[in-house]
Design a protein around this ligand. Structure first.
Ligand SMILES: C[S@@+](CC[C@H](N)C(=O)[O-])C[C@H]1O[C@@H](n2cnc3c(N)ncnc32)[C@H](O)[C@@H]1O
Length: 290
């Protein structure tokens, strides 16, 4: 006898994250074994942050490509129109680089803190035509890590026109599946806002807390809490299911345009995809026309 219709309709979307959670637990334990028996660096076990990045990098190296085949909403269209000097927060091993048009990008900076993903990132940057235009930075998107790395890269200068973080230096900043894992999200997003030029655009594709009061559903919100209690953030490299990213983005500063929509709002991992254009300067449409 087939299970009742309600179970058939609801269980797949609600339980799908449990597969990912089990996979990430497996990779965490495999990472511990590798660190002890293959790398022979057992002292790394005492650096939990590094160990968790390593374990997430292992998961992403094995599954990232498959998890990037289908992306929600109009992400591909949004990324394909990026131009100028672009900052990509948490590019991983560059699975989504092929969705950009490298020809219309002057320089691309990728802020990726997981060292183990950099070889793949640089390989994918070469493969997708970025070549010397791609700058892989070993840092996170949070200001205390990102700003020193940008200084070291030379794009931020101590003084001089358009060289200060407060002036805004990037035409576009892309956050794809990463703001769920950055520390102190409001401060981090404020920092990204100030790095954006006036009239610059932020492209967003992020999973967020289920909007159960509006278009989401309470059961999916409960499942997010359950997965969190089962250790989702620990095993998934700091990724949190409960983030109110849209509120943080709105509060970061003044925007001329906010166009964000939910995709899969009834799921336990609903996404928000779209773009925000910073107030001031030319409008994004004017820049595109030039
Ligand atoms: C789910 S993967 C997404 C990768 C890529 N953006 C994509 O969508 O294909 C999340 C990435 O964010 C990185 N990450 C984790 N914490 C971060 C932080 N504080 N700042 C920037 N990136 C971070 C991870 O190492 C990982 O590469």
């Amino acid at each position: 006898m087939p299970p009742p219709l309600w179970i058939q309709n609801n269980m797949p979307t609600l339980l799908r994250p449990s597969l990912l959670l089990l996979t990430s637990i497996y990779h965490f334990f495999m990472t511990i074994l590798e660190v002890i028996f293959i790398e022979r660096k057992p002292w790394l076990l005492f650096n939990l942050t590094k160990l968790r990045y390593k374990s997430f990098a292992r998961l992403w190296t094995k599954n990232g490509e498959e998890m990037s085949i289908e992306m929600p909403g109009p992400l591909t269209e949004l990324l394909s129109t990026c131009k100028g000097v672009v900052l990509d927060i948490g590019p991983g091993s560059g699975e989504i680089l092929s969705r950009f048009n490298a020809d219309q990008i002057t320089a691309m900076y990728g802020a990726e803190p997981a060292e183990d993903l950099h070889a793949g990132l640089i390989r994918n940057a070469q493969r997708t035509g970025f070549r010397e235009k791609y700058h892989a930075l070993l840092c996170g998107g949070e200001p205390e890590s990102l700003i020193p790395a940008l200084y070291r890269s030379g794009i931020l200068q101590i003084s001089g026109r358009a060289g200060l973080a407060s002036d805004g230096v990037f035409d576009e900043i892309c956050c794809v599946r990463v703001l769920c894992g950055v520390p102190h999200p409001q401060e981090t997003i404020n920092g990204l806002y100030s790095l954006l030029k006036p009239g610059g655009r932020m492209v967003i594709c992020e999973h967020v807390a289920n909007p159960w009061r509006t278009e989401g559903r309470f059961l999916a919100r409960l499942m997010q809490i359950l997965y969190t209690l089962l250790g989702w953030p620990f095993f998934m490299g700091g990724c949190e299911l409960n983030r109110h990213t849209v509120d943080h983005l709105r509060e970061a500063g003044a925007w001329d345009k906010i166009d964000l929509k939910y995709y899969g709002p009834q799921d336990s991992i609903p996404f928000v995809v779209g773009e925000l254009v910073k107030t001031g300067g030319k409008s994004y449409a004017e820049v595109l026309k030039e």
